[in-house]
Design a protein around this ligand. Structure first.
Ligand code: NDP
Length: 324
């Protein structure tokens, strides 16, 4: 009887981060227009409980009694941190993921969506990469700890499905950017780093200097688009196997395109330089979104210049308080 069916409680771990805040904005904007009737959304930060700790995780499940869980919380970091702290990247992520999966089983969560990343794929691979290739070889040695912990989400999703009939799945975004990002030039990802750098160059009247040649190709997904697709996965995608949530292969852009869009969004009129003494990283890591396109053939992603303009406007408006 649908009238007496229990209401849905969707609990988002890592709710204070880049993706969590985008989901919050998506479901609450325009008077909760994207919230289904009877649906309650809970956004957790580490202050609500340290998910590395089993007792703290149980307390969160006891308190909120979620019917659905979107598990975004993770120990994340740049190349340097990943290389220096492989043990912590492995253990902290494994502990969080194990606590969330096991509690989701025990508290009879109807759907759990975990979060993978394209950077956990085999180092030596063919392109484009797709959902079937995650375990086909070792990840890059620099982020082994993080990558193996993330890969286990996929392995255990299938195990929980087979053994306990749990509806657990995962999503694989490409590079994410948007509001509420980490805009640190040292530890942030490429787009927020460039946004901050260009802001400083404009203020100081110095050149906007981009590390590397600007030629590498990347697929970027605006956090709000990822939010919308993640909510769709939570409600409607019912495979245990993961799904890549990314713009099309044709929408791959160069770092130079991104830098120019950042400069334009800042109205930066100074000099733009490329420091080719700095490493470029991988030339490309193209991901295939055919599975997503099978389900959502008409989904229209935010264009890169639009997404960057929104991110720059947010950064400038929140400069004093944002992560940087
Ligand atoms: P952020 O770094 O912006 O946010 C991380 C979130 O995790 C925060 O809400 C943080 O809480 C929470 N958290 C961290 N440690 C703990 C803990 N011990 N207990 C409870 N909560 C904790 O991450 P993103 O939004 O960028 O990433 C979300 C997910 O997406 C992650 O799983 C990440 O691996 C994945 N991903 C991200 C990509 C990207 O480009 N950003 C690309 C591909 C995948 P608090 O704010 O309190 O510290």
């Amino acid at each position: 009887d649908t009238k007496t069916a229990a209401p849905n409680v969707v609990m988002v771990t890592g709710g204070s981060g880049l993706v969590g805040q985008a989901i919050k904005e998506y479901v609450t904007e325009n008077d909760n227009e994207n919230t289904l009737s009877g649906e309650t959304w809970i956004f957790l930060s580490s202050k609500d409980g340290d998910l590395r700790d089993r007792k703290a995780t149980e307390a969160v499940f006891e308190k909120f009694k979620p019917t659905h869980v979107i598990h975004l919380a993770a120990k994340v970091g740049g190349l340097f941190a990943n290389m220096a702290e492989k043990v912590e990247f492995y253990r902290e992520n494994i502990l969080m993921n194990d606590n969330i999966m096991e509690c989701s089983r025990i508290y009879k969560v109807q759907k759990l969506v975990g979060m993978l990343s394209t950077c956990i794929f085999p180092d030596k691979t063919t392109y484009p990469i797709d959902e079937t290739m995650i375990h086909n070889g070792p990840p890059h040695h620099s982020n082994e700890g993080y990558a193996y912990a993330k890969r286990m989400i996929d392995t255990m999703n299938r195990a929980y499905n087979e053994e306990y009939n749990c509806n657990f799945t995962s999503i694989i975004p490409t590079n994410i950017y948007g509001k509420s990002d980490n805009f640190s030039i040292e530890t942030g990802h490429v787009i927020p780093g460039l946004i901050h750098k260009c802001y400083k160059a404009k203020q100081d009247g110095t050149p906007f200097c981009i590390w590397g040649s600007g030629t590498p190709l990347r697929q970027f997904v605006y956090s709000r688009d990822l939010a919308e697709l993640t909510v769709w996965v939570t409600r409607e995608y019912n495979e245990a196997d993961p799904i890549i949530l990314s713009v099309d292969e044709d929408d791959e852009v160069t770092i130079k395109d991104v830098a120019l869009a950042v400069a334009k969004a800042h109205n930066f009129e100074g000099k733009i330089e490329f420091d080719t003494s700095k490493s470029d990283g991988q030339y490309k890591k193209t991901a295939c979104n055919m599975k997503l396109r099978k389900y959502r053939p008409d989904y229209k992603f935010t264009s890169m210049p639009d997404g960057i303009q929104k991110s720059v406007d947010w950064f400038v408006a929140n400069y004093e308080t944002c992560r940087k």
